[in-house]
Design a protein around this ligand. Structure first.
Ligand SMILES: Nc1ncnc2c1ncn2[C@@H]1O[C@H](COP(=O)(O)OP(=O)(O)OP(=O)(O)O)[C@@H](O)[C@H]1O
Ligand SMILES: [Mg+2]
Length: 713
């Protein structure tokens, strides 16, 4: 970051401001101190008078759910998860009207006038008001990151606070349990009513189902079984039927073949059914054997042999048997065929019967199913509800609670309020703030000239010096005390003497710049210290050597003669009236080198006298015989005299009274003097505080201004 150069003037400005505030605090510290003391005293008294309040605290552990005693058995009222909302709700419940009322009843607070005061004393005690009053003194605070809640109760009686805190916890625990039991009870009642109803419904539906089964002969057999059986029957009938049908067709075709080959023995013999017949085979073998024998005989004896004839007969007999046997086979096939047809027919009949049966069963099912389903559902609901009811009855018997005490409240020994140190600190702070505000308020209302810089700026003339408060011993508090007037003479080592010497030095520089030996002293208002300053500057100048004349031209309120213990009969007024030559009017003073020209008898028209040529003449005479002539004059505000005097002198020293002369008055003085053509030589600020700090008129300013004059000269 670039550093911003701080201009020296800015630093000086800040320093000046800081000094201004420090001076302000130094000057006005009594205001701050007074406000502070008052504020501390008030805090102290208030603290002492405040009743002592005690706070009892008991701690609860609030779990989100009760310990599960029976596995699988749910609570009727299940607590929410341990969320922030859950705990906020619980804290609110603890501070609920219901709990508060229970506490009031349990502890008998309603009849305790020391607790509820006027509420109890009234004829019809307002319970809501009591509850509100009680709850005002109860606070529930959750411990962060834990399940612990603290119940804090405040009361003037520590023992009662303890009882109330514990009662709140007890009532909350009790209510929690009641709430659960109540929930279980009402759920149980409701479920009880439901079971009665459901049982009735279940019985009805079961009855109906029974009746139906009885009517339809389904009592001993299940409909499903019956349907299964029919289905199975049909299936086996079907296979059997197919089988029979196949066999019939086979036999039918064989029979057809046999019938077809009836007249052709060879063809017949080729049929496997005939060929494989053992009787036929036997006959055939016999036939063939006979044929062989016959051929053999014929070859041996010729065909006329008698044995051949026999054989011939035998052959015919075998052939006959053979034909007979073939017929038998055929007939046997016919029989088998007929039997198969018969079987097929009866199977078909049976099947159609079974099918009919199946149809009927299907029809029956459409009626049976809803009834059965009804009964089944009713049974399920009934057993569910029954089960839950039993569970609820069980949980009702279980007194498992999710809230328990961590610590019961114990009687507090120290009050939590009022805390003296805290109240005093607050009092101190408030006092300080008010004090500062007051100081700033006073300061902002104060329109006096506040600093030498401001005075110089306002008047447009340099500061000659600051005169501190002269000795403040009681005797010196007397108005116009001559001791004060001659303070510099009487005590040349004093701060005031030093201040006057500084003024003298500064004036020397101005004098060196421009010739002036005759100057007047004035101020914007009365009692600013014109006379005091004039006398003391005159004394200081006289002490430096050279002849000094001090003239009292304040013809309204002359008092220089008093300061030098002179007679009031003669003075400048008598010289102006021509009653006396100047030198006779001038008096010697106790101060070496200092002569004094008192005012003399007070003239009725001072302003007119000062305008006269005679006055100017007197002044030039004085100027001729003295090194420096100093004129005291009245204040500028009320009269025009000082402006007239200023216009006939080389310059005017304007006295401002620290903390008294307002800006307006100073400006007015400047204008008046300027208008009259008087020149302001410089300013003297009178009556700064003893250390010269008041309003920033610090003595520190002497040296810089001295330097300033030296530099400019
Ligand atoms: N620096 C000072 N310290 C203490 N008291 C002072 C100081 N300057 C003047 N006084 C006192 O203030 C009172 C008024 O002073 P002084 O008469 O000099 O003022 P003034 O401007 O001449 O008044 P007036 O307008 O009446 O002529 C006197 O009692 C004087 O002793
Ligand atoms: Mg005076």
């Amino acid at each position: 970051m670039d550093s911003v150069p701080i201009s020296p003037s800015k630093v000086q400005g800040n320093a000046r401001e800081l000094r201004h505030y420090l001076n302000l605090l130094r000057k006005r510290w009594p205001v701050i101190a007074t406000v502070l003391i008052v504020s501390l005293a008030v805090s102290f008294v208030v603290t002492i008078r405040q009743p002592k309040i005690y706070e009892a605290t008991c701690s609860l552990v609030i779990e989100s759910s009760a310990p599960q005693v029976l596995e699988g058995v749910k609570e009727v009222i299940e607590m929410a998860a341990a969320t922030r909302e859950f705990y906020t709700t619980q804290y609110r419940i603890i501070r609920s009207h219901e709990i508060a009322e229970r506490v009031i009843d349990r502890l008998g607070l309603a009849s305790d006038p020391s607790y509820f005061g006027a509420i109890v004393a009234s004829k019809q005690p307002n319970r809501d008001l009591m509850v509100d009053r009680l709850l005002e003194r109860v606070k529930v605070v959750g411990v962060r990151e834990s399940r612990i809640a603290n119940i804090q109760v405040r009361d003037v009686d520590p023992e009662r606070a303890t009882r109330i805190a514990n009662a709140f916890a007890d009532m909350y625990i009790e209510r929690n349990l009641d709430f659960k039991l109540e929930g279980a009870r009402s759920a149980g009642t409701w479920l009880g009513e439901q079971t009665v109803d459901l049982r009735k419904r279940l019985e009805d539906s079961e009855m109906e189902l029974y009746r139906f089964r009885k009517e339809r002969n389904l009592l001993d057999v299940n409909l499903d079984d019956k349907q299964g059986m029919t289905r199975q029957n049909l299936q086996s009938l079907n296979t059997k039927m197919t089988d029979v049908k196949a066999r019939r067709i086979e036999i039918e075709s064989i029979r057809k073949l046999i019938l077809g080959a009836k007249n052709d023995i060879n063809e017949r013999e080729s049929l496997p059914e005939i060929r494989d017949n053992p009787v036929v085979q036997k006959l055939r073998e016999n036939y063939l054997d006979l044929l062989k024998i016959k051929a053999d005989l014929e070859s041996r004896y010729g065909d006329k042999h008698p044995k051949i004839e026999t054989i011939q007969h035998q052959l015919i007999a075998v052939q006959r048997d053979y034909a007979k046997e073939l017929d038998n086979v055929l007939r046997a096939f016919d029989k088998r065929y007929e039997a198969l047809v018969e079987t097929e027919n009866s199977l078909a009949k049976w099947m159609s019967h079974e099918k009919q049966q199946a149809l009927e069963l299907a029809k029956l099912e459409t009626e049976y199913r809803p009834l059965a389903r009804d009964a089944e559902n009713n049974g399920k609901v009934y057993s569910l509800i029954n089960q839950r009811q039993k569970e609820i009855n069980l949980t009702g018997m279980l007194k498992a609670n999710n809230v328990r005490f961590l610590d019961r409240a114990s009687q507090p020994r120290m009050p939590i309020s009022p805390i003296l140190s805290f109240n005093l600190s607050v009092g101190f702070l408030v006092g300080l703030i008010f004090g500062l505000l007051l100081v700033f308020a006073i300061e902002s209302m104060d329109n006096t000239v506040k600093s030498p810089e401001a005075a110089e700026e306002l008047i447009g003339a340099p500061l000659l010096g600051l005169i501190p408060m002269l000795s403040q011993s009681k005797q010196h508090l007397i108005a116009d005390a001559p001791e004060r007037d001659l303070a510099v003479f009487n005590d040349p080592t004093s701060l005031a003497a030093e201040a006057c010497r500084s003024i003298r030095t500064n004036m020397m520089f101005i004098a060196a710049q421009k010739e002036f030996s005759l100057f007047s002293v004035t101020s914007p208002g009365p009692q600013d210290g014109k006379t005091t300053v004039a006398i003391n500057i005159a004394v200081t100048m006289a002490q430096a050597g050279g002849r000094i004349l001090l003239i009292d031209t304040d013809m309204r309120k002359p008092r220089i003669h008093k300061s030098f213990r002179l007679k009031a009969e003669k003075g400048i007024s008598s010289v102006m009236a021509g009653d006396l030559p100047l030198k006779d009017a001038i008096c010697k003073s106790d101060v070496p080198n200092l002569d004094v020209l008192p005012c003399g008898p007070m003239p009725p028209n001072p302003a007119e006298l000062l305008h006269t040529e005679r006055f100017r003449k007197i002044l030039s005479e004085c100027r001729a015989s003295y090194d420096r002539v100093i004129l005291d004059s009245p204040p500028i505000g009320p009269v025009t005299d000082p402006a007239i005097i200023g216009s006939v002198t080389d310059g005017v020293v304007l006295v401002l009274r620290a903390g008294h002369t307002t800006r307006e008055a100073a400006q007015y003085a400047r204008r008046q003097l300027g208008d009259a053509g008087a020149r302001i030589l410089g300013l003297v600020v009178n009556q700064t505080d003893r250390k010269g700090r008041g309003y920033g008129y610090g003595y520190g300013y002497y040296t810089p201004y001295g330097k300033y004059y030296r530099a400019t000269s």
